[in-house]
Design a protein around this ligand. Structure first.
Ligand SMILES: NC(=O)c1ccc[n+]([C@@H]2O[C@H](COP(=O)([O-])OP(=O)(O)OC[C@H]3O[C@@H](n4cnc5c(N)ncnc54)[C@H](O)[C@@H]3O)[C@@H](O)[C@H]2O)c1
Length: 290
């Protein structure tokens, strides 16, 4: 069964407890095997799957039997059943070439997870530069269009597909990012609705997850990777509050973990989820219900 690296002591304790639950009956055993092999013979593309949440989604899928193709701007450590293509999602030609190769070697693509994303340093209206606006909108939203344009024709031919995009609480409310990040994640929410209606008749579902602050991820540092140092402040926003203060802003009293996001992504990718289409699943401990 998929086990991500434990990130906190309490998570480790909770997971260890779950692992030790005895599986006693035939039907319980069958359920465990089904969970471990439910993506067997499926080919799934994970964009932004070299690290972070996408990285753990890719690992979980491979362990559940899928053949996984990761597209990311950086290489990911080698892992069985996972192949990485190093591509920047802003480069349409490179994306097209990488996905043409995926389609050729797999012949079908059953699912796409689009987890690539960058934060904008909480830049305000007056601070945002055209370059930063472009990068954030391109990576967080337009890149998904670049990817799906290449893959959806194959899904249409098969009459089957599962698409899962990454939104954010910043796609539901303001204040969890700067102007560009908030715009980009609201655009993802619109993209999901549009695709649900356009592609639903072809057996293709489109949904998104909208996480709150997730511990142990590097998205906070993405601003330094896309701008010259110091061009936009990085020392503000939800991400730089102390973990204790940030946790207080969540009704459940704690921040999220990658483990709290991955199972929902897999559920939305599952064949059984055929009637979930156009949904944005907030995984935020009630943050956006306040
Ligand atoms: N971590 C959080 O607290 C949080 C909260 C809400 C939403 N999200 C969203 O979840 C998704 C995953 O975030 P994460 O925390 O795992 O981030 P991360 O920075 O750990 O991982 C993002 C991945 O995307 C890749 N990537 C970035 N730019 C790219 C590009 N131009 N081309 C190809 N690949 C690129 C990175 O190399 C990395 O592997 C993002 O869409 C993010 O906006 C994260």
């Amino acid at each position: 069964m998929w086990l991500s690296p434990a990130r906190t002591g309490d998570v480790l304790e909770a997971r260890t407890g779950a692992e030790e639950l005895p599986v006693t009956t035939t039907s319980e055993r069958a359920a465990v095997v089904a969970a471990e092999s439910r993506f067997t013979e499926q080919n799934i593309v994970v964009v932004g799957g070299a690290s972070g949440i996408g990285g753990e989604v890719a690992s979980a899928l491979a362990q559940a039997g899928a053949t996984v193709d990761v597209l990311d701007r950086v290489e990911r450590p080698q892992e069985e059943k996972i192949t990485t293509s190093v591509v920047d999602v802003r480069d349409r030609d490179a994306v097209a070439a990488a996905l043409a190769a995926v389609v050729e070697r797999r012949t079908s693509v059953d699912g796409v997870v689009y987890a690539a994303g960058v934060l904008d340093g909480y830049a305000t209206l007056e601070e945002i530069s055209p370059e930063l606006m472009d990068v954030v909108l391109d990576v967080n939203c337009v890149g998904a269009v670049n990817v799906l344009q290449q893959v959806v024709p194959t899904m249409k031919t098969a009459g089957y597909g599962r698409i899962v995009l990454f939104g954010s609480i910043a796609g539901i409310v303001a204040g969890a990012g700067g102007i560009a990040y908030t715009m980009s994640k609201h655009a993802v929410a619109g993209l999901v609705k549009h695709l649900a209606v356009e592609l639903g008749p072809y057996g293709i579902t489109t949904n998104s997850v909208a996480p709150g602050s997730i511990q142990g991820t590097k998205i906070r540092t993405s601003i330094t990777a896309i701008t010259s140092p110091g061009s936009v402040a990085t020392d503000r926003g939800l991400g730089v509050m102390s973990a204790e203060d940030a946790a207080k802003t969540y009704p459940v009293g704690r921040l999220g973990t990658i483990d709290a996001v991955v199972p929902t992504v897999l559920h939305l990718l599952d064949r059984s989820s055929w009637f979930i289409n156009g949904a944005e699943v907030a995984i935020d401990g009630g943050f956006t219900s306040k």
